[in-house]
Design a protein around this ligand. Structure first.
Ligand code: PRE
Length: 362
């Protein structure tokens, strides 16, 4: 047995004492959050207590204070979980996402809302929009862009036909793994994965498994589920999908680009106040006339607004009419952005504010 006063046991006593303090402070914090909730009103739904702009502000302070040794992302994750539990004391938020369990969309849900939120796995991106519109989910999380593959058009097109608002953005580093029942590379004859994941791992597959048949399926988690049924089948999916379906990992980090990142949007039914570091998404449709795009973009320069992103899609309102998805820095409550939106409205066929939301945290 260890002497109770060895350096190891002393250090553990210090850790125990710190844990007691942390636990006491977490309980104190949770009590304060309850009091804040009471001020907002008794017996409301989870969504009425939720304040994304305040959460973003709290987490930015965490990043500003962080001096290591834990990374900013780790600190943010820990505090996100504390806030998630504080909020769920009232009633957990219900979040729809592209299921089944184990998808990167589910990881994005957990990164943004923590583990105390209730995750609702749904069959398609369209269904996520529908369930949010119907009020069956408080918010939805949908992929919108991958750093290597570009925009996810199904998601953009859903904004053309729905009233969904954008309440947040999440950036998730995507690490792909190859999973199978046996865990042996030499057994693999067929690979299932979502089409995007097959694209993201093209080079690795060409070098390591050139003869193998690759089959696109509806999600990586579905691929993992299929890999359960035969020894010569493997699935490309994230680490968590491999765990959910109890598969062995054949290889990890098989994505071609080391910075492979997917950006997700949080969709909802309302707009939220400024957090201090926000982005605004606009949907603009233009008439087919000379200088139409210039008329849309020049007000941003005139009012000193940074353009982050612009993407065009057929507008669905008539042949050769285009809708532009435009992301800019700032919140729609800012005077400069109000003035720019007013100017664009003078020339465009239509302009809609999809949402103003906190810029993604680490
Ligand atoms: O500040 C609030 O409005 C709170 O309800 C507290 C709190 C928190 O735990 O810090 C909890 C939930 C909200 O989404 C934002 C913040």
């Amino acid at each position: 047995m260890n002497d109770p006063k060895t350096p190891l046991s002393e250090m553990r006593e210090r850790i125990d004492s710190i844990d007691r303090q942390i636990q006491q402070l977490i309980s104190e914090r949770a009590n304060h959050a309850r009091t804040v909730a009471k001020v907002k009103g008794e017996g409301l739904s989870a969504i009425d207590y939720y304040r994304p702009e305040r959460e973003a502000h709290v987490l930015r302070m965490v990043v500003d204070r962080n001096q290591g040794p834990l990374s900013d992302a780790e600190m943010v994750r820990l505090f996100r979980e504390i806030m998630s539990s504080c909020l769920a004391q009232e009633d957990p938020l219900k979040i729809g996402f592209l299921g089944p369990e184990g998808t990167f969309s589910e990881q994005a849900v957990r990164k943004h809302f923590g583990h105390a939120a209730y995750g609702l796995p749904l069959g398609s991106i369209e269904e996520v929009f529908q369930e949010v519109a119907a009020g069956h989910a408080d918010f939805g999380v949908v992929p919108v862009e991958n750093s290597g593959q570009g925009m996810i058009q199904v998601t953009l097109d859903m904004f053309l036909t729905s009233d969904a608002t954008i309440c947040g953005e999440i950036e998730l580093r995507v690490h792909q793994c190859l999973h199978s029942r046996s865990g042996r590379l030499e057994d693999v004859r067929r690979i299932y994965a979502h089409a995007q994941s097959l694209q993201q791992c093209k080079t690795w597959l060409r070098i390591n498994l050139p003869e193998v048949e690759c089959i696109a399926v509806s999600s990586n988690a579905e691929a993992a589920r299929l890999a359960l049924h035969a020894d010569d089948v493997a699935a490309i999916a994230g680490e968590s999908a491999g765990k959910v379906y109890r598969l062995k990992t054949v290889a990890q980090g098989i994505e071609d680009r080391a910075d492979n990142t997917t950006r997700f949007l949080v969709i909802g039914r309302t707009l939220f106040p400024p957090s201090g570091n926000d982005r605004t998404s606009l949907l603009v449709t233009v008439n087919d006339k000379p200088g139409a795009l210039y008329d849309v973009l020049s007000p941003f320069a005139k009012h000193g607004i940074s353009l982050n992103r612009i993407e065009s899609r057929p507008a669905h309102t008539g042949k050769w009419q285009y809708a532009f998805f435009i992301d800019v820095s700032g919140h729609i409550d800012d005077d400069a952005l109000q003035a720019a939106v007013h100017d664009i409205g003078e020339s465009a066929a239509s302009i809609r504010v999809l949402g103003s939301y906190p810029v993604a945290l680490p």
